[in-house]
Design a protein around this ligand. Structure first.
Ligand SMILES: [Zn+2]
Length: 531
């Protein structure tokens, strides 16, 4: 993949040529490249001189940098492992809630894993600090008058570059590619620099781009049982659909990009009388299902996400729906036991139609129902999943044109068929179940998100965490707010956030009493040490 082509496909949708598989945020891609390049230079990266492709072996850098990278990888592995252990221990503890002795065992295991996590994080911080010591470049002299201004320009570009700039950058970034690895996009690049003795390529180095893939690419990665008909067939399907005059260009674009390649064939079958392909399963040929699909995609007022994407995914909704399928009724606190939550109110938004930046076309339909509102705060409100007529909780969250209720049941039914004018007898084919994201991946994503938020606790949050006299013995909202120079419940949002971080614990009393958790106490000590 060339840099220029990547850049343009990230900006525009070429309706005839490219199949859109996902989007990356362009304003994160180039600064990300610069940051990754700087980090790689600090810890070491392969250098190839050209011509001859011989690996550069510096007298000093060769060994030092490799050791650093290795040490970092080791600690990152420990962190990953510890997180997994904590998660499993908490889950087991919930499962054996009636058996105090066993639960205590799991609590102990979780505490032990938290300790491992803490020391690995500290070790990693030490490695980062070591890496900041400037290393000599040895006998390797780079001519920096091109690379430094180019990198600065990339970092400042905000992703917007002229065609000339892109061409110029291709000279210094000879290779660039992107890969989807377990739901996350990674970019891999090399950088070419001039040296006093000629040209050298640095890298490859890699970096993660804008979190997980959220759209069609993530869904497609899951659909290994759906045949791939290839880009040429998809182009032909698109052309035939548009020429039929029954399908708008927008609808044809979505059909071409849909990972369920059955969909465009169903619509073509209906509007042009074409034979259905041999490989299409029985469930897809069911007449009432076919007529539903056709009615959606031949609607002259068809509107969907204008970026050409077939699907968006929601990790938090899928997490909540899967949880709801396992446990009849629960609170936000119960959910938070299983995965940290970015915002407590997020789960409440799921009980009513809500618009997000990923659902511009129509609001996301409710994933949960509110059962009871208690006066003790948002964390204690009781919720449950949405039930299908078959009695099961509908737990397949999906946001695609033909599922306007955004929820499917394992029995194949969509919820609330009547409201959307869908024949109650329609069952979605088995493949739609593959739209459900794995529970562990949802938990990991939510964990990552909260961890990212944790990095910026804010000045008031730090001051609050340092109120050790109050937080060791326990204090009310009012006392904490007063100590910070405010009044009443002015700090309740912040307190809730620190609770989500796992740093503070709130009592079930009214008013609630706040105390440190073990992790919070350790965090406060770190804040105190930082000054
Ligand atoms: Zn059902």
């Amino acid at each position: 993949m060339r840099l220029g082509s990547t850049f343009s496909s990230a900006r525009t949708v070429d309706s005839m040529e490219a199949q859109v598989v996902g989007y990356v945020k362009k304003d994160e891609m180039f600064p990300g490249l610069v940051d990754a390049f700087i980090a790689a230079c600090r810890t070491g990266l392969p250098v190839h001189r050209r011509p001859g492709h011989s690996t550069f072996s510096g007298a000093h850098t060769g060994t030092t940098v490799d050791v650093l990278a290795q040490r970092r990888r080791l600690q990152e592995g420990v962190i990953l492992e510890a997180r997994k252990k904590i998660k499993n221990a908490i889950r087991r503890e919930i499962e054996v809630e009636d058996d105090d002795e066993t639960a205590e065992l799991y609590r102990g295991a979780a505490a032990e894993a938290r300790e491992e996590l803490r020391s690995a994080r500290a070790a990693l911080a030490q490695i980062e600090a070591d890496a900041k010591v400037p290393t000599t470049t040895g006998p390797f002299d780079a001519l920096t008058h091109v690379i430094v201004p180019a990198m600065a320009r990339l970092k400042m570009s905000g992703g917007v570059l002229s065609q000339e700039e892109v061409q110029a950058l291709e000279a210094i970034i000879p290779s660039f590619s992107m890969e989807l690895r377990s739901g996350k996009w990674w970019a891999i690049a090399t950088v070419r620099i001039n040296t006093v003795e000629g040209v050298a390529d640095l890298g490859p180095f890699e970096w993660a781009i804008s979190g997980r893939a959220r759209g069609t690419a993530r869904v497609a990665a899951q659909l290994d049982t759906v045949p791939d008909v290839g880009a040429a067939s998809r182009r032909r399907l698109f052309g035939d659909l548009v020429r039929s005059g029954r399908v708008t260009e927008d609808a044809a674009t979505i059909l071409r990009n849909a990972p369920f390649v059955q969909l465009p064939y169903l619509v073509l079958h209906s509007v042009r009388g074409e034979e259905l392909p041999q490989w299409m399963g029985e469930e897809w040929r069911e007449p009432r299902f076919v007529s539903w699909i056709v009615s959606i995609y031949t609607d002259p007022k068809f509107r969907w996400m204008n970026n050409g994407m077939y699907a968006t995914v929601s990790y938090s909704r899928q997490f909540a729906a899967t949880f709801a399928a396992k446990q009849e009724e629960f609170t936000v606190s119960d959910l938070a036991e299983c995965a940290p939550i970015p915002r407590a109110s997020a789960y409440h938004q799921m009980t009513r139609p809500s618009s997000t930046k990923y659902s511009k076309i129509r609001p996301f339909e409710p994933t949960l129902e509110l059962v009871g509102v208690l006066p003790t705060g948002i964390h204690r409100h009781v919720m449950r999943g949405c039930k299908c007529v078959c009695g099961q909780v509908a737990s397949i969250v999906t946001h695609v044109p033909e599922v306007p209720r955004d929820l499917l049941c394992d029995c194949g039914r969509m919820l609330d068929t009547e409201r959307f004018g869908l024949d109650a007898a329609v069952r979605f084919p088995e493949e739609y179940k593959l739209l459900r994201l794995p529970f562990d991946e949802c938990v990991d994503e939510l964990t990552d998100r909260v961890a990212a938020q944790r990095d910026v606790p804010g000045a008031v949050g730090r001051r609050l965490m340092l109120l050790s006299d109050l937080l060791e013995d326990g204090a009310t909202d009012l006392r904490i707010a007063t100590a910070l120079g405010g009044k009443g419940t002015s700090q309740s949002t912040l307190l809730g956030k620190l609770e989500q971080f796992g740093w503070l614990r709130r009592s079930d009393t009214r008013p609630a009493i706040w105390t440190y958790t073990d992790e919070g106490r350790a965090q406060a000590a770190r804040f105190a040490a930082d000054g």
